[in-house]
Design a protein around this ligand. Sequence first.
Ligand code: ZN
Length: 493
Amino acid sequence: MEHKLTLYNTLTRKKELFVPLHSPNVGMYVCGPTVYGDAHLGHARPAITFDLLFRYLLHLGYKVRYVRNITDVGHLENDADSGEDKVAKKARLEQLEPMEVVQYYLNRYHQNMAALNVLSPSIEPQASGHIIEQIEFVQKILDAGFAYESEGSVYFDVEKYNRSHHYGKLSGRNIDELLETTRHLDGQSEKHRSVDFALWKKASPEHIMRWKSPWSEGFPGWHLECSAMGTKYLGEEFDIHGGGMDLIFPHHECEIAQSTAALGKETVHYWVHNNMITINGQKMGKSLGNFITLDEFFTGHHKLLDKAYSPMTIRFFILQAQYRSTIDFSNEALQAAEKGLQRLTEAYERLQKLQAAVETQGIASLQIADLRAKCEEAMQDDLNSPMVIAHLFDAAKAINTVHDGNGTISANDLAELKDTFKLFFEDILGLQTEEQAGSSNDAYKGAVDLLLQIRQQSKVNKDWATADKIRNELAALGFEIKDGKDHVEWSLK
Ligand code: ZN
């Protein structure tokens, strides 16, 4: 396949040309959410980042098997080896069956993803449905001699592994230092060293989610599910493994150690990580009170939000930054993104109505011919979405010039511009105009149009009271109504 797509590989710390193992097939695994609460902004960024990569790989002609897991067991509080399971804790507090909690939040997660126009992955495996595979994986690590059993639990022996392999290669953490500071644990805990991590945990009597295993009735460690499910669906070696940067250590570092220990080889070729999101310069956290869920963004119901922001505004805002740079959310920045998206959407809608002329004048014809190549080049440079957006803004300028009567466009240029704009705006960036964003939107537009028709009729009938009432009530709801010569335009402020 002819392309020059480069991706920054966290493991080698450089941009590399993307060459899949079994072209045209590509295997991609992305760590999905732990479903014990509503999805927030932190979930939107990896979902959109890897949706962008998924869409672009499909555009290049690859057949992509995209696996995004759902964590529903084994993820303990503070991402640690002890403490309550996040899902089980929620179930206890809400007096629900753990799988009720999982289903409830999974449904809501899917609704949020659909609103953000994130494509569904090819496979969405749940950890609780893959206990057998995880037990088998633990057994392989034990057989290879890189794990030990202790009081019904099984731990990964980091020090032993590090003698023949490099624990810390992904995160760059200094394992000698880690070992040095943890050597005194011996004999005081089930674990030989605190740096060791759980592959299987024996369940305490009050622990709800438990399965039989050769070692104890218990549950798998959090890192294990991704090694087990990734290799089950994508093979012992596959192309891309992604997630947020916060997962590099310990989660992905442990995954590398587990897979290498069990299979005797490196499983993942390209490790891709998106950077984090801060809110008004602060890290997101429950204790900081700035944990804004996606639903709260969509409705505006949060004390830190001035107003509601549409899912497309959130998507556009995230795509305005390259995935490896940080993003800081603020009302100001979101409102700027909203305006920017509006400008692009308006130009895209105008583009559909432009009439072709004999030749292109007043706008640079060359720019149209180059637009596609420039956008491709930006995408191939480690998914430089902000650069693609900048090129689309240039195109929007040209569209507006023709729309305002200050230029003309030839049939060929118009066809090329329509094609390129659709490809990058809709198919690759995954943006939608308001009309495309859903039928409920159509229904509401239809209702406003209907009210305005009744108002027109009232004017014809000289029923000024009704006409004024409709206008004033719509204005109070935030609609701006402009009476033209022969038609009425409206927009939502
Ligand atoms: Zn994972």
